[in-house]
Write a protein that binds this ligand. Sequence first.
Ligand code: ZN
Length: 254
Amino acid sequence: MFFKRPFEYFLKPIEKSYSKEKGIVNPEASRDDKKLIELLRKTCDEPLKNAKKMPVYPFEELIKKFRTTDLAAAVETEQFKKMAKNGFILKSGEERIYYNQKPGQPSSHEKTNLHLGIDYVVESGLEVFAVQDGKIAGMEIIRKNEQELFEKSGQKLYRGEGGYGNMILIQHKLAGKIFYSLYGHLAAPRETPIIGDLIKKGEIIGQVGKSFSLENGGWPAHLHFNILKEQGAVAGYGSEEDLKKIIDPLKILK
Ligand SMILES: [Zn+2]
């Protein structure tokens, strides 16, 4: 590994990641959302093979499990390797706390820290499938020499600074309703996708990127997956208001 992430420095175990009073949980789905959730449940394929079987962990529980906030150290353990081989899910709507930050406070890097969407923690290289027919509506692609320059620089990434690395946003329409699926932290695509390109349900749209790379925003290999009700809600973290713009993918998978 060309650098070690200083997770110890800025992540600490979360004492209070949820508050019923403050509503730091996914808001109740509206009646409209429930219809879409039902439709998606009936028709969606998992974005990853066996996704429905994967256990779900709150981030806090993961930290406790490995007795460290240093994920770079945790991923080297046999326990993590086994877990990643089978895959597991980190929840949506969680607040991830940084060093010196209190729950509900904006971090120094971003305005808000509620996780918008779920993380499939899996082995890098795993193929990612489109959940529905649709068309490419947006993307983030790392420029070819960007990763190389990053590696050479020995620069350290802090959460959020790496963005999605390579991300694809697909627009879908089901029963007249438009929505979007988002796939973040993909490996570099062989060919750059084109906005408007048609995608078939179950089509391979990419592979999970490498751990601790620019592709993964400096995190262990994972797919960030989200269902958006509007195209603008593409950030990986956001406010309670932003949570209302998404459909928690777990509601469809579980
Ligand atoms: Zn994520």
